[in-house]
Design a protein around this ligand. Sequence first.
Ligand code: CAA
Length: 273
Amino acid sequence: MAEAQARQRGGYTEDVSAERLAEIGLRFEVDGEVATVTLDRPEKRNAQTFATWSALARIGENLPERVRVVVVKGEGPSFSAGIDLRMFTAEGVPGQGSFSAAAKSEDADFEQRIRQAQAGFLWLRRPEIVSIAAVQGHAIGAGFQLALSCDLRIVADDVKFCMKEPALGLVPDLTGTKPLVELVGLAKAIDICLTARTVHADEAMRIGLAESVVAGGDLERAVQDKIGQLLSTNRDAAAATKRLLQGAQARTLEEQSVAEGIEQAARIKALFG
Ligand code: CAA
C-alpha cells in the first residue's frame, strides 16, 4: 500500500529489496569494495523503465561507503536495448504510464520526472567511486546513455552503440550528451546522434568511447583486471585525483594549479600530519 502511494506521488522509489529489484529487472551485489549493478531482463534485452531509473537512483543513495568501484553490466546478448518500447504505446508500462499520458501532464511535472530518472545515472560520476560499464551487444538510447554515465567503458568486440532518440523524434535526456561530447568531441557527437547510426567496437576504441575492446568471452576477466588495478591505489588519493580531473576542463590552468595544491596539502596532512 505504502509503495503504491509512493508511486502515485510520482516516486517509484520506495523499495529496492532484492525481490523488488528482480521484478524491475535489476540485481545489485556488493562484494567488499566492489558493487555490481546488473540489468537483468535479458529476454527483453534489458529494456529500461522509469522504475529501473528510480531503483538505480536509490541504489546510488544507499551505496555502502566502503564501495570504491561500481560495475554496471547487462545479462544476455545485449547490454541494453534502451527505453522499454511499451512507453510509446497508449497502454504504456503497467503502473508507470506512457508518453501519451505524460504529454497531457503539466510540463513542470514531466520535467521533474525526467530529473528523477536522471538521478539514476548521475551518481555514477561521484569522485568517491570509479564506475565501469561492461558493454556487450547493443547499447541503444538509454542503454548507450547508461554506458556513458560511467567513468570507463570496457566493451566486447560485438558492441553496438546507437543514440536512437533523434530517429524517434526525441532527444537523449538521460545525462548522456555531455559525456559524449567530452569523449568524442562536438562534431563526432553530432554525427553519432543526428544520424542515429551504429558505432561498432573498432570505431568506439578509435574515438575514445571505449577504454578497451576484448573478445566477448573475455569481458568479465578484463573488468576484473581493471578492478584490481583501480583498487591498488590509495582510496582517498584516488577520490581527490578524480575530483581534480573532473574539474580540469572548467578551470583555467592557474585555477587548476591552485586546486592541485589544495588537494595535495590535504593529502600530505592526512599522510604525514
Ligand atoms: N523495449 C521493450 N522490449 C524490447 C526492447 C525495448 N527497447 N528491445 C527488445 N525488446 C524485446 C523484443 O520485443 C523481444 O520480445 P519478444 O521476445 O517478447 O518478442 C525481445 O526483447 C528480443 O528482442 P529481439 O528479438 O528484437 O532481439 P534481437 O537480439 O534480434 O534485437 C535489438 C535486439 C536490436 C536491440 C532490437 O530488439 C531492437 O531494435 N530493440 C529496440 C531498440 C530501441 O529502439 N530502443 C529505444 C531507444 S530510444 C531510448 O532508449 C531513449 C529514451 O530514453 C527515450
